[in-house]
Design a protein around this ligand. Structure first.
Ligand code: ADP
Length: 237
């Protein structure tokens, strides 16, 4: 995909959890290839729910196109190979006995050969400076290493789009800085749900502000982040 092409298009997305009020109400937006878009909003705004729709883990009313293809029941596997989600809690991502096994999991499912699996894993471990962690179980890593290992399980699949849910939650200042630097250096399209506005300022060029399941504002990151009264009105300042 060349920069400037629509890589995600969401049209009239509405979702109601089985037990509740609508979590997303008629959401429409576009993400262009190569962009980093921040989805900001207070707790309960619908940010996580939106990310879960973008890779087909939840199915609401409306249409979602990823790399030109509408998500449906039949193409979920293909869609998920293009758009990878890094969960807020690494425990949702890392469940195998070792980090190596976690990284190999998706590649084995794709039927990749052992040599190729080994090569791809070593490449991503080296890019994320995680060499030496592969033989360890994720629970023995530091929070920062665990977060990177979580990202590694997604990157090793070579997606076109990276979805990140609250990527800096629970990281200490050093781990947070290091993770933000990694995100800055990744050139693939990114959609980041967070209320860490400094992260958005450093990584994102565009922002969508979500509150109570509705897009209340979208625009250039600097414009939105400098609009103190807008941020205050949505519990973000
Ligand atoms: P955010 O990520 O912005 O904090 P969420 O997407 O988690 O917001 O939540 C949006 C709304 O959906 C909230 O009202 C929340 O209580 C509700 N919600 C989230 N997850 C569930 C769930 N598994 N079951 C029922 N309601 C949920």
């Amino acid at each position: 995909m060349d920069q400037g092409e629509k890589i995600i298009e969401v049209v009239g997305l509405t979702y109601v959890y089985p037990d509740g009020a609508p979590a997303l109400k008629n959401i429409s937006f576009v993400v262009y290839a190569g962009e980093s878009v921040g989805i900001i909003g207070p707790n309960g705004a619908g940010k996580s729910t939106l990310l879960l729709h973008l890779n087909g883990l939840l199915r609401g009313k409306g249409k979602i196109f990823v790399a030109g293809e509408e998500i449906n029941q039949k193409n979920l596997r293909k869609i998920r190979s293009k758009i990878g989600l890094v969960f807020e809690d690494p425990r949702d991502q890392l469940f195998m006995p070792t980090v190596f096994d976690d990284l190999a999991f998706g590649l084995i499912n794709q039927g990749k050969k052992e040599e190729e699996i080994e090569r791809k894993i070593q490449k991503v471990l080296s890019e994320l400076k995680l060499e030496g962690c592969e033989a360890r179980p994720a629970r023995r890593l530091s929070a920062g290493e665990r977060k990177k290992a979580s990202l590694a399980t997604v990157l090793v699949m070579e997606p076109e789009i990276l979805l990140l849910d609250e990527p800096t939650a629970n990281l200490d200042p050093g781990g947070r800085k290091s993770f933000i630097n990694i995100l800055k250096n990744l050139s693939l399209t990114k959609v980041i749900a967070t209320h860490d506005l400094d992260l958005v300022r450093q990584v994102c060029s565009r922002v969508i502000l979500l509150d109570k399941g509705i897009i209340v504002a979208q625009g250039g990151a600097a414009d939105i982040l400098n609009n103190t009264s807008l941020l205050q009105a949505h519990s973000l300042a």
